[in-house]
Design a protein around this ligand. Structure first.
Ligand SMILES: CC(C)(COP(=O)(O)OP(=O)(O)OC[C@H]1O[C@@H](n2cnc3c(N)ncnc32)[C@H](O)[C@@H]1OP(=O)(O)O)[C@@H](O)C(=O)NCCC(=O)NCCS
Length: 139
């Protein structure tokens, strides 16, 4: 059976957390607690999607924007379902939605040692920026 793609909602949280926890390279923090994900989804309705196969979440992507740029977070595909085009389809769904909202550029964060992730994004013609770093402060 073909996998189903549908908009993410907060009732999906337990399945998402389970997938994120068993995905190497996924950096989880307090920003991934249920209330924070609910806040993110409420601020970015219609942008984040999941893939479901026989009732189980097998892939997901959080997407949103700040009114200026779009951002993608926590793309994960269950190892059993990789290299079938699911990751790229989720990305394309969210990019089409962000584009339709008037967003002209999208960014994402990737760990420097995530070689698989880099190959994936490069195949989708994303540019790994050499001119920008990230600076952070906990508040
Ligand atoms: C990266 C990830 C999301 C890819 O998902 P996927 O569903 O397997 O990707 P797709 O099948 O859509 O692949 C799209 C293209 O990416 C490239 N790609 C995907 N997996 C690859 C691999 N293991 N090695 C080399 N290239 C790969 C290929 O060019 C592929 O196109 P092709 O199949 O036509 O050759 C998945 O491997 C994953 O969940 N990784 C762990 C989490 C992670 O690193 N997420 C990104 C955080 S920034």
């Amino acid at each position: 059976m073909a996998p189903l793609y549908r908009e993410m909602n907060i009732q999906d949280y337990d399945g998402l957390l389970d997938l994120w926890k068993r995905t190497p390279g996924m950096g989880l923090s307090s920003a991934d607690r249920k209330t924070a994900i609910e806040f993110f989804l409420d601020r970015n309705p219609g942008c984040s999607y999941i893939t479901v196969e026989t009732g189980k979440i097998v892939a997901c992507l959080l997407a949103g924007h700040d009114g200026r740029r779009g951002y993608l977070h926590h793309l994960a595909v269950d190892p059993e379902f990789r290299q079938r085009g699911i990751g790229s389809k989720l990305v394309n769904i969210s990019l089409d939605i962000l584009k339709g909202m008037g967003i002209g550029k999208v960014h994402l964060f990737i760990y420097n040692d995530n070689e698989l992730g880099k190959k994936f994004w490069a195949a989708l013609v994303w540019e790994l920026r050499q001119d920008i770093g990230i600076m952070s402060l906990a508040i």
